[in-house]
Ligand binder design. Structure first.
Ligand code: WT7
Length: 647
């Protein structure tokens, strides 16, 4: 059956609790055998051999998993492989002329790379990095927008067996400097600037400021994106000059142990400081390849598009490593969904005949608000599967996405994972499972998780609790492998637990609905910020006596940043407002800009002086405050409420 024949359009989704994947999808799906769940359960941990076998190993691993006595854990011990070899070289015999990357840049600018072209550029750049002195223990920081040179540089690092450290291009100079400092990274690849919504962003200025702020020497490569004649100065290298100088070079891919680090990435942790997460070469790559194949149903002949930014883990796993390991064509887009017009994404899906599209719920909510007329202007019939990641996907947005983007027929996978998990852990398998709009799905085959209360006891179905992952998984980061993130090391893998700090509930069928974070992180448009980091930035502003930051519901971004600040005597609100905004933008970047800054003479506090953030969240959400008797200063709430504007 071809797409178009199935039951689709005329059946209102509100009348059904579950949605079956259509036959035409199941028939062609990479994974469609329902026994996969039982087999993975029965054969755990050996089941993960399936994932490792998607890769080429230079030295075969001795066993799948070591660590049944508890951490340290090892996935595929003894095995050696190179990630760039797996993402490029091994595809050359069969598809050297197939497109690996399709890039769409600023206003009509586009470029493509076949696997052979990607091979050549990655080799040349790897040779250049080596000549610049990059060696085994170095960390190379990449501070680039969505341009093909970003995956090229990542793969060049992987080829040499050195870690990359991608820093989101929208981050500020301060944020870049902290991440370079903490990584002791002495190499930086950046660009002169790039276009965003039609205007140029001066990336190199930020990089220069970061370079000054970092305590050690930094060698910098600059990619010319703006085409202006910038004089770089002697202590910079020009990306294209380096490529030209190393044209035709071939670098042997360095064989890496399965648990050697492939890259590091920073995320928000429970402290005010960004937290480094390092991922392995073997376990990580096997896990992303397996999930890209089974959940995103990627095939080599597909054109696949994940609209995330490579600056986040989503882009690492599902724009670069997963899709390229499977030998598909992956789309890179340097732009926004509404520029020049609100049909930009649909125009690109039509132009490239995209088969699989993966985006964030916040984007879907924006599409919904803009209206169905934009997707309707384009032929989206090439789409076979849709996905979302990053934050909870409500049933209404799910249904709209399937109906107006997926032609009423494409399966939609709501995939749950984290920077720390490296790859998807919870989702439906689109070729196997029925979908339930509003719930992500069950733990994937080989993943064991449950819902527990504060004491760690399992809660009943449909009761809110905390998610706990109860078995190691191949994509786990080093801190979990070696147990350094674990206070009391358990003496068996069975007793091992990982708490992602997400609050959830599961229904009778084990389908998990995600409710939000339980820690102090705020998830804005699928990006995670630490409350503590924001608070310390705001309280650091001259004239701010005290500050609290909370996340509150926002139609567009899911959650928005609300800041409550009490000014010191003699400071005016409008000057403070500007200073706070500027401080946040300087410390983190425009993406963390507070939606609202509320000034109050005091923050609501318990008798012991603890700030009651729960009440501030309720104020920001315009919700009932409930019992406020524990407060030392309950009268302050009325005052705060009267100054908070809720649209
Ligand atoms: C947090 C991880 C991994 C990709 C992007 C974010 C939230 C992620 C979902 C989902 C509900 C989700 C969780 C998680 N999250 N996916 N499908 N449904 N919530 O990575 O920055 O490490 O954030 O994003 O709260 O813990 P991250």
């Amino acid at each position: 059956m071809a797409r178009g024949d199935g039951p689709g359009r005329d059946q209102p989704y509100t009348e059904r609790e579950t949605v079956e994947p259509p036959d035409w999808f199941v028939e062609q799906a990479n994974v469609s055998d329902p026994t996969v769940y039982d087999r993975f359960e029965r054969e755990w941990p050996d089941c993960w051999r399936d994932a490792a076998e998607l890769l080429d190993w230079e030295t075969p691993f001795e066993t799948v998993f070591r660590g049944t006595d508890g951490p340290p854990f090892e996935w595929f011990p003894g095995g050696r492989l190179n990630a760039a070899y797996n993402c490029i070289d091994r595809h050359l015999p069969e598809r050297k002329n197939q497109l690996a990357l399709v890039w769409e840049g600023h206003l009509g600018e586009s470029r493509t790379y076949t696997y052979l072209e990607l091979y050549r550029e990655v080799n040349a750049f790897a040779a250049a990095l080596r000549e610049r002195g990059v060696g085994p223990d170095d960390v190379v920081t990449l501070y680039l927008p969505m341009v093909p040179e970003l995956p090229v540089a990542m793969l060049a690092c992987a080829r040499l067996g050195v870690q990359h450290n991608v820093v989101f291009a929208g981050f500020s100079a301060d944020a870049l400097a902290t991440r370079m400092e903490r990584a002791e990274s002495a190499y930086l690849i950046t660009c002169d600037g790039y276009y965003r919504r039609g205007s140029a962003v001066a990336q190199k200025n930020k990089a220069d400021n970061a370079r000054i702020a970092v305590d050690h020497d930094v060698s910098v490569v600059v990619l010319d994106r703006l085409g202006r004649d910038v004089h770089l100065g002697d202590d910079y290298d020009d990306y294209h000059d380096l490529l030209a100088a190393h044209k035709g070079a071939e670098i042997e891919p360095a064989p890496r142990a399965a648990d050697d680090p492939l890259f590091r990435i920073y995320t928000s942790g429970t402290t005010g400081q960004p937290k480094a997460v390092t991922h392995t070469t073997g376990g990580y790559l096997a896990h992303v390849a397996w999930t890209a194949r089974s959940v995103l149903d990627i095939k080599p002949e597909d054109t696949y598009w994940c609209s995330a930014d490579i600056g986040w883990i989503t882009g690492h796993s599902y724009i670069v490593y997963g899709p390229l390991a499977l030998g598909t064509t992956t789309v890179l887009y340097n732009g926004t969904a509404d520029h020049p017009e609100k049909d930009r994404l649909w125009e690109l899906i039509e132009k490239y005949a995209v088969d699989v599209f993966y985006t964030a719920p916040t984007a879907v909510r924006a599409f919904m608000k803009w209206g169905k007329q934009y997707p309707q202007q384009h032929d989206l019939s090439s789409l076979r599967l849709l996905g979302t990641v990053g934050e909870p996907m409500d049933a209404r947005a799910w249904e709209w996405y399937r109906e107006h983007i997926g032609g009423g027929e494409c399966p939609v996978v709501d995939t749950w994972w984290q920077t720390e998990t490296g790859a998807i852990l919870v989702s439906t398998l689109p070729g196997v499972d029925e979908m339930k709009p509003g719930a992500a799905g069950t733990p994937l085959p080989g993943i064991e998780a449950s819902v527990v209360d504060r004491s760690g006891t399992a809660v009943e179905a449909n009761t809110a609790g905390e998610l706990v992952v109860t078995r190691p998984w191949p994509g786990m980061p080093h801190a979990l492998l070696d147990g350094t993130d674990w206070g009391s090391v358990p003496d068996s893998a069975e007793e091992w637990r990982y708490y992602p700090e997400d609050s959830v509930s599961a229904d009778e069928d084990g389908y998990i609905t995600f409710l939000g974070r339980i820690d102090d992180a705020i998830n804005v448009a699928g990006r995670r910020f630490s409350t503590k980091e924001l608070e310390s930035t705001v309280s650091g502003v001259d004239g701010v006596a005290e500050a609290a930051v909370v996340g509150a519901n926002d139609e567009r971004t899911g959650t928005a940043v609300y800041t409550f600040a009490s000014p010191e005597d003699g400071y005016g609100e409008s000057e403070l407002r500007d200073a706070i905004e500027e401080a946040v933008v300087d410390a983190i970047g425009g993406i963390a800009r507070p939606k609202e800054i509320v000034f109050t003479p005091d923050l609501p506090k318990t008798r012991s002086g603890k700030v009651m953030r729960r009440l501030l969240t309720a104020v920001a959400n315009d919700e009932d405050l409930g019992d406020t008797s524990a407060l030392r200063n309950p009268e302050i709430l009325g005052e705060i409420q009267s100054t908070t504007s809720r649209e």
